[in-house]
Design a protein around this ligand. Structure first.
Ligand SMILES: Nc1ncnc2c1ncn2[C@@H]1O[C@H](COP(=O)(O)OP(=O)(O)O)[C@@H](O)[C@H]1O
Ligand SMILES: [Mg+2]
Length: 123
């Protein structure tokens, strides 16, 4: 939906290819903005998003080369779910969705819930 992501120095630019991509850009920006410090530690920071979601700028991280272990994934889910209730965890364990930033493992794609509830695909 937003590939290829363009990495320029410290920044990663996500250009939406379609409505889902725009919803994903807006969702990540909102989630990051509203997250508390505990949750923010798990998210690659969103620095800016255009109003319509066409463009989003994130800090650039170094993507993982291997999928996280089951233990690593259950740890991040535990940290995230520290606040009970509300929507499910926004991330998956696959390597391409995570990266290293300043010694922390952070989610690069945390938009999964964005398009479970939006406009039909392709619009
Ligand atoms: N902040 C980032 N830093 C470095 N690489 C990134 C970053 N965000 C995304 N990527 C890379 O680009 C790929 C596509 O980005 P992603 O957010 O997953 O978009 P899509 O909506 O297309 O799934 C990711 O799987 C990751 O490998
Ligand atoms: Mg992705």
């Amino acid at each position: 939906m937003r590939s290829p992501v363009v990495v320029l120095g410290r920044y990663a630019l996500k250009f939406a290819r379609n409505a889902r991509g725009r919803a994903s850009n807006l969702y990540e920006a909102k989630l990051y903005r509203n997250a508390n410090a505990t949750r923010r530690a798990l998210l690659c920071p969103v620095l800016w998003v255009s109003r319509n979601g066409y463009v989003q700028i994130m800090r650039a991280a170094k993507p993982l080369t291997e999928m996280m272990s089951f233990d690593e994934y259950t740890d991040v889910v535990d940290v995230w779910d520290y606040i009970p209730g509300e929507e499910s965890c926004p991330f998956e364990p696959k390597a391409s969705d995570w990266g290293w930033l300043e010694g922390r493992m952070v989610a690069l794609d945390y938009s999964t819930p964005a398009w479970e509830v939006d406009e039909p695909a392709g619009s």
